[in-house]
Every structure is written in C-alpha cells, then in structure tokens.
Design a protein. Structure first.
Length: 157
C-alpha cells in the first residue's frame, strides 16, 4: 500500500508518498490517487511535511528521512550525487555528469533530474545550465528561482 499526503507550501501544493516505511515520492501539485494508493497521514509523512516546513522557513538544510524510490542505476547515481550539492550552492549538468563518471552525459543527467521522484529532498533544483542560467524544473522555473533564492538568503550567500 502506498500512502499519500498533500500539503501547501510557499510554491504551491505538493504531495508526498510513503511505501514500505520509506519516502518514495515528493511531487508538485495534486494528482488523482492511483490504484493501490490511499490518502492517509502516516508518521513518516508527518515528519516529511514538518521537515519541508522547516526547509521553507530556512531552518533545515538537509532532510533526515528514509528514502526509497526506483530508477536506473545511472539515475540513482545522479540522485546520490545531487545529495552532495551543498545547500545554497549550485552545480552544472556537466559538472554533475563528470562527478558520476560520465563527463559527456550532461543531457542524461538532465533526464535523471527530470525523473527525480523526491523533489526538494533530492535537490535537483540546485542544478543549472553551463552558463549558470536556470533551466527546466518539474516545479516550474518560478519555483526553482524561489528555492535557489531561499537557500541563498538562508545560507548568507
């Protein structure tokens, strides 16, 4: 069974999903429940919402939640590398590609960011274009700009 909870944030509605006592999704907006999903607040989802609230108030820089989720070996490597980007800093797709041992795979890194199931928790919003420009983001460009500005303010950058 997958448990889903929706909550409001400064960048709009978001949802989180738990399966097998692991956080498997944090996503933007609201969506209809799929078969096998139930809208229910669990202890893990309550912790997730609380930690996201702390993040949005500038008081949390890392999340302490048991993570799940599925993806290819390459995507999982990219997501792991994303967790290493410090709060308040950015990295380019090319730098991230080099970090995972595939220096010519910046587009593949972009695809892995696009399918990241754990928005904000796995901070793909910290990835920018080679020239430092903001590029695509599942939550929208305004949300990405908001998140980067929030982190810059909170980290004193």
């Amino acid at each position: 069974m997958k448990y889903v909870q929706y909550f409001e944030t400064p960048i709009g509605w978001m949802g989180a999903a738990e399966e097998d006592s692991r956080l498997v999704e944090v996503f933007f907006g609201r969506r209809p429940l799929s078969p096998g999903e139930v809208s229910q607040r669990t202890d893990l989802l309550a912790r997730t919402v609380a930690q996201l609230g702390e993040y949005f108030s500038g008081q949390r820089r890392q999340f302490d939640l048991p993570l799940g989720g599925q993806g290819s070996a390459f995507s999982r490597a990219v997501w792991q590398a994303l967790l290493g980007i410090p709060y308040g800093q950015t990295c380019t797709y090319g730098q991230l590609a080099a970090q995972v041992g595939r220096p010519r795979a910046s587009r593949a890194v972009g695809r892995a960011c696009h399918v990241n199931p754990l928005a904000l928790v796995i901070p793909c919003h910290r990835v920018v274009g080679a020239d430092g420009s903001l590029t695509g983001y599942a939550g929208g460009m305004a949300a990405k700009a908001f998140l980067l500005a929030l982190e810059a303010r909170s980290s004193g950058r």
